[in-house]
Design a protein around this ligand. Structure first.
Ligand code: ATP
Ligand code: MG
Ligand code: FE
Length: 336
């Protein structure tokens, strides 16, 4: 089966062609980061317009790279949520038009499930069940992946997502969007124990996250230093903030994997690209004999290959969409 996959939920226009569920024949990602940078974050209306300009060229380039034409496509998978409604609609409309014209099935995919499924591409032998820690720009969730089409949400953030906290802290430190990679780089030169920032919801068995208090604590720290006319070591702030996030993520992910009885922990989402998070989660997992997986860097942040992989496994189970498929900005994880 050849799957054409489309992703346009936020600020990346992406298309991919997969053979089966895990073999990526081609992947094209057109990022709008430079466009949104001068605004310090994604501007939804601009994102939608850019997607409209980019979508067909990105699809054409993907097919060309795979050495295939539209007539080779057996099914079309597309992200229909969660994300920005105008951005999602561009991908969904293109996918519906292609599925209709080609007379092939349409598969609406949940973007978060896609992030998790990126791991199946990077780890050909990975199989459910496992515990997934999804840390992205808009989400921080622990998901028990019981089978390819069966998920249970163990807990998620009550307020800011991990990536969002990285981006906001970076912004107040005057670093460009997206802040995650900037903090990551700066943190490598800082002392992770220089400043003691608070950790929320630390009780055992609590799988919810909260990062807004931590974000405020960083802000208060920067303001108080400024008031006292004291110099700020930005690298120490970045390292201490990042260390606090990582310690919370590790504690909760390890608790969750233990409780679930799974022997594998999987990391997913844009923050998975963080250079210390992956190494420290691996250490924690190794100590307890838990297998640890995370996707190739390119597949951590938004891309259509992960959507194609998720779509393939949905199709295997007969979970298709009809041509009335609509964008669902607040789409939750499917509890199947
Ligand atoms: P969602 O998937 O929840 O809808 P999104 O698609 O915007 O949100 P992703 O593409 O998964 O998010 O990830 C982007 C986020 O990852 C941004 O918040 C970015 O700052 C963060 N990020 C990327 N690289 C790193 C890094 N090296 N360290 C920390 N955070 C990072
Ligand atoms: Mg993005
Ligand atoms: Fe994402």
């Amino acid at each position: 089966k050849i799957t054409l996959a489309i992703e346009s939920s936020c600020d990346e226009t992406s298309a991919a062609v997969l053979r089966g569920g895990r073999e990526v024949l081609s992947l094209v990602i057109s990022t709008q980061i430079p466009v949104h940078q001068k605004f310090g974050g994604v501007v939804p209306e601009i994102a939608s317009r850019k997607h409209i300009v980019n979508i067909m060229p990105v699809i054409d380039e993907t097919l060309q790279k795979a050495g295939l034409s539209l007539s080779d496509i057996d099914q079309v998978a597309v992200t229909y949520g969660p994300g920005l409604v105008g951005a999602l609609l561009v991908g969904v409309s293109a996918a519906k038009a292609l599925a209709f014209t080609l007379g092939v099935p349409l598969i609406g995919v949940n973007h978060l499930e896609g992030h998790i499924f990126a791991n199946f591409i990077s780890h050909p032998d990975l199989k459910p069940p496992f515990m997934a820690l999804v840390v992205s720009g808009g989400h921080t969730s622990l998901v028990h992946v019981k089978d390819y089409n069966s998920f249970a949400l163990m807990g998620q953030t009550r307020d800011d997502a991990a990536g969002e906290a990285f981006d906001k802290v970076a912004r107040v430190m005057g670093l460009p969007y997206p802040g995650g990679p900037q903090i990551d780089r700066l943190a490598q030169e800082g002392d992770p124990h220089a400043i003691d920032f608070p950790k929320a919801l630390q009780e055992k068995g609590n799988y919810e996250f909260s990062f807004s208090g931590l974000k405020s604590a960083v802000l208060n720290y920067l303001n108080s230093m400024k008031c006292k006319n004291l110099p700020v070591n930005k690298a120490d702030v970045a390292a201490s903030f990042q260390n606090t996030v990582i310690e919370v993520l590790i504690a909760k992910a390890m608790d969750a994997v233990r409780e679930s009885g799974c022997d594998t922990l999987v990391l997913a989402g844009g923050v998975a690209a963080n250079s210390s998070l992956e190494g420290r989660l691996r250490e924690a997992a190794d100590r307890e004999g838990i297998r640890f997986c995370y996707p190739d860097k390119l597949l951590c942040t938004d891309n259509a290959a992960m959507i194609g992989c998720r779509g393939y496994y949905q199709a295997q189970a007969g979970i298709y969409s009809d041509l009335y498929l609509n964008a669902v900005p607040g789409l939750a994880l499917t509890d199947l």
